[in-house]
Design a protein around this ligand. Sequence first.
Ligand SMILES: [Zn+2]
Length: 389
Amino acid sequence: MKSKTIYILLLLFLFGNLYAQPVRIGLLNDHLVEAFSFHCMEGSFELYSGETKIKTIQKGELIYFSLADKGGILINNGKELKGKFTSLKFIDPDFSSQFSLKMIHPMLPTRFYEGELEVNMHHGVFRLINILDFDHYLAGVVETEAGPGAPDEFFKVQAVLCRTYAVSNWDKHNSEGFNLCDNVHCQAFHGRNDENPAILDAVYSTHDIVVADKSYKLIEAVYHSNSGGETQKAEGFWLENKDYLLSVLDPFSKDQRNYSWEYKTDWKTWQSYFAEMGVDGEKIDNTQLLIKQDHRKTYVSFGKDTVYLKNIRDDFGLKSAFFDTYLTDGKVILKGKGYGHGLGLSQEGAMEMVKKGYSYRDVLNFYYFNIMISDLNDLPVNSVPEIFR
Ligand SMILES: [Zn+2]
């Protein structure tokens, strides 16, 4: 018997679980889920309530879950009620089963998952937790965040950033019984990676690789869609310096899909916005309210009054804070560049870099400064959560 097989059997014996590193993901916790269905797509699942096995769910079986009037979870196979429970666990006995979840109340699109599922109640609605292998989770995140059609080397860039984020935020939802949630509060995870196998390959080939700053601390792995030709420095957004988030001129983002945008508003709306922001109306003239950014700025000043560009972006719902304004026929035209906050890596720029032959390490070193691209195991113990030591 090969040593790897013996090792896997030993792991199975010790932990009853094949996941090298399991992660617990809170699913759809930004929705108040009151009813959903579970569909076994591959393999089978053992459904447990505490230590008691309720049933084996075979491939193709569809089960409905809803809330009981006075609390508790009702299970229904579409024909008859199977009972009322307080918490449930779906065990995958052969570590290769797959399922889909369809939220019925509220109505949401079906999503596909692998691994195990825990279902319990919290404040009168369902709490759903998917437990799966960390690398498989990362592949799902990369597919959600980057889409399935990007170049293979770009998937490595995205995998390293998503891993860095997940490890440094491992305890973010501890009090809720899971590590990370599946929406943008943490990282978007819309289910298993099933559209492009190159994504899982990229996760495996960068296994345990993360990005740290020069004091061995994991970086805030921020990225955005397109920099508009110049990234934003940390203090331009957070008003706090980070020596790995400096501004870089980014020719790779130019002329990509989200490179430029335009927005129009009335001159009166524009004026009254600045008045609301506390800028003294008497002092505002047309020329002062017209903004020019040859390079990214943090704020615009009117005497002692200051308005932050990131606030203008938020308040008008703009694609970026990197724009110039022009006044024509009573309208203010905003001609903008880039999409997103502009911090760290530009995804479209990074895709262009790898198409030109740069490696994932070159890309990370271009967008982040003073970094170490390192194996998790080579970092000092206080730089990573206990579970990774
Ligand atoms: Zn979260």
